[in-house]
Design a binder for this molecule. Sequence first.
Ligand code: NAD
Ligand code: MG
Length: 387
Amino acid sequence: MTVRRISILGATGSVGTSTLDLVERSRDAFDVFALTAATNVDKLADAALRTGANLAVIDRAELLPDLRDRLKGSGCRAETGADALREAAAGDVDWVMASIVGCAGLEPVMAAVDAGKTVGLANKESLVTAGGLMTAAAARSGSTILPVDSEHNAIFQCLQGHRSQDVAKLILTASGGPFRTRSREEMAAMTPEQAVAHPNWSMGAKISVDSASMMNKGLELIEAHHLFGLPSERIAILVHPQSVIHSMVEYVDGSVLAQLGSPDMRIPIAHALAFPGRIDTPAEKLDLAKVASLTFETPDPVRFPALRLARQALEAGGAQPIALNAANEVAVAAFLDRKIGFLDIPRLVEDVMARTGAGQPQSIAEVIDIDRRSRALSIELMTEIAA
Ligand code: NAD
Ligand code: MG
């Protein structure tokens, strides 16, 4: 394998840390160009020094002197700001891990796509808000988008060597999250600690809350539509509490292909890092005799209204998925801050969507504008909920 020159956007998060772990285990295969983070100077500087990165970008400008201090004499440049983030994404690299959380990741992902880079895409919010623009830009620039989200990575693997016209439907599996068996009444009283305690996966706080509300699966439904080009009615969601089957593809002849593995993000990350090759990972090997049984359930749209809202947003298109995502980001942050209750999350999303039109954004600038307005509206409506 030729040495791949890579950048990791969001290098200090859950996906970023797992990516670094794999890259540091296969040092001969990767050369790190840039690492970026929002606020964690120590973790960013340590990783930059360990990997010999050329560029480290911190989002918070007031932390730059600190970062410069930590990297003095190392040969690694420390920067902040949009231009530096763009350089990390679109500069002298072959492969970019997009693992910033939320819509904040959209502009750097687009910079990488526009520059024709191979992008390992964990940041699902960028596809949810700007999927059409992003896939069109990739077609223009020749950029390859490799899905890192475990479900989409599974589907991508199950599609290899098959003709797209033979696909009948995609089946996205969902663990059901920590509240899978809880009643609405019980969910109303759930705390941030209970919501982030995922039964199978260890992840960042935002996606963990999204898993508890099943908004994560809603976002993944929209993500799958953009990655694989199938309409809403041909993408099914199936609850599978063991998280062993990561998703499936059903073909017209009735064959169903699945991808399996232990629930460890290093497996899909490794797949994207090495594609079309494979690299070793320290992930626990799947022992099906030990797992013993795999079970499946139909998701409950009454207890998990996020599934209905996401499907509605996908079918309406345009500004609706942007409003859904923005309201969800604001609501999840407020829930983690104990300002609103767990069930207020889908309530706020529904209210914001109801007050948003169906306009079709023609550019990333328009997407960002709708995102900003949806956030402002979310904050305004939230003050009413919290009052
Ligand atoms: P995380 O919160 O652990 O990490 C987020 C990273 O983004 C950090 O490095 C942080 O510094 C950076 N960041 C946050 N806000 C930023 C901003 N405004 N500007 C610049 N950088 C910023 O999140 P995570 O769990 O690693 O998830 C990252 C993305 O991957 C999300 O979109 C998530 O949905 C997706 N994803 C995560 C997992 C998982 O297992 N964690 C699985 C599938 C998909
Ligand atoms: Mg996923």
